[in-house]
Design a protein around this ligand. Structure first.
Ligand code: F6P
Length: 330
């Protein structure tokens, strides 16, 4: 029989790169916990705030009017000192003093790694929610913020296409995704890109030039190439430089979308996903489950052991999608 340690006060925090939908998740965690007669404390700046004791008690009104906001009201940080034994000891001391006996962590794989180590070291229950625009986590079809970021990129592609078409130009648009081409592929298809360069699949510059030349021969007067930041050729500037050396059919320009992809009001998809995940995280914690990540598979909420989520990579690009991108681009 599993002995369930009762949780009285849940600490919630966001960590790593922010993503749209984090606020909606905080709101869901706070309100579900209060509904279940649990107390909630917000921890500012992720693990840094845990080490500094930067805490705030949260009530239902603390999360009013935030479901539509991008960023995170609890702030976030990438915290190196938490990787030390001393840093984690200080964090645990602060949690005990604040009466926090369970944690909900919202972030990406770095956040999960910290949570896994800390939870084992101090036997403190923790449930994680995947929040990153990259959609690069194992155990879930979607991470919070990915849908919004993809829509932001599509909006940018549409605008760049207007000017590309007016000037008969070739644009290289760099999008986020260090290890994951999810944003690049999906926004590329939705934005009608002529070519998409992904971290998961090396594209030779000569092949890209051949593809663009084919388009030019078929009377394409402008073209858009999406380059994921983690592409093997070293980013949009490098790709553009190398293409220009051999292919001068178009005047070529580069646009790096950068951090604007991380901001903005979450889409309805991200708000609903965040609400479902926040609700599930609290219920899992109360039920005595720990060191798990909440995910969504085929519209069903599910859980994955943190260790598995951290140690596995999921290839989220379907061969069909790659083919669709290719077939529809000419
Ligand atoms: O992990 C999300 C992400 O936006 C990546 O796509 C990007 O490479 C990275 O964060 C940028 O991180 P930072 O904001 O710390 O520069």
């Amino acid at each position: 029989m599993q002995i369930v340690k009762e949780i009285n006060r849940i600490g919630v925090f966001t960590s790593g790169g922010d993503s749209p939908g984090m606020n909606a998740a905080i709101r869901a965690v706070v309100r579900t916990a209060l509904y279940k007669n649990k107390q909630v404390t917000g921890i500012y700046h992720g693990y840094q705030g845990m080490m500094d004791g930067d805490f705030i008690p949260m009530e239902s009104r603390s999360v009013s009017n935030i479901i539509q906001l991008g960023g995170t009201i609890l702030k976030t940080a990438r915290c190196l000192p938490f990787r030390t034994v001393e840093g984690r000891a200080q964090a645990y001391k602060n949690l005990v003093e604040a009466g926090i006996d369970g944690l909900v962590a919202i972030g990406g794989d770095g956040t999960f790694t910290g949570a896994e180590i800390f939870s084992r070291e101090y036997d403190i229950p923790v449930v994680c929610i995947p929040g990153t625009i990259d959609n690069d986590l194992y155990g879930t079809d979607y991470t919070l913020g990915y849908d919004t970021a993809t829509n932001t990129v599509i909006e940018a592609i549409d605008k760049i296409r207007d000017t590309a078409a007016s000037h008969d130009r070739l644009f290289f648009i760099e999008v986020m995704g260090r290890d994951s081409g999810c944003i690049a592929l999906n926004a590329g298809i939705a934005g009608g890109a002529e070519a998409i360069l992904l971290p998961e699949k090396a594209t030779a510059i000569d092949d890209l030039i051949q593809h663009l030349s084919k388009g030019a021969r078929q009377q394409k007067s402008s073209s858009i190439v999406i380059v994921a930041e983690g592409d093997h050729n070293g980013g949009a500037y490098n790709v553009a430089k190398r293409v220009k050396e051999k292919f001068s059919h178009y005047d070529a320009k580069v646009s790096i979308l950068g951090h604007l992809q991380r901001g903005g009001s979450p889409s309805s998809f991200d708000r609903v996903l965040a609400s479902r995940m926040g609700y599930a995280a609290v219920n899992q914690l109360i039920a005595g489950n720990t060191r798990i990540m909440i995910g969504m598979r085929g519209n069903e909420i599910c859980t994955t052991p943190l260790e598995e989520a951290i140690n596995n990579k999921e290839y989220k690009l379907s061969e069909d999608m790659l083919e669709i991108a290719e077939v529809l681009s000419l």
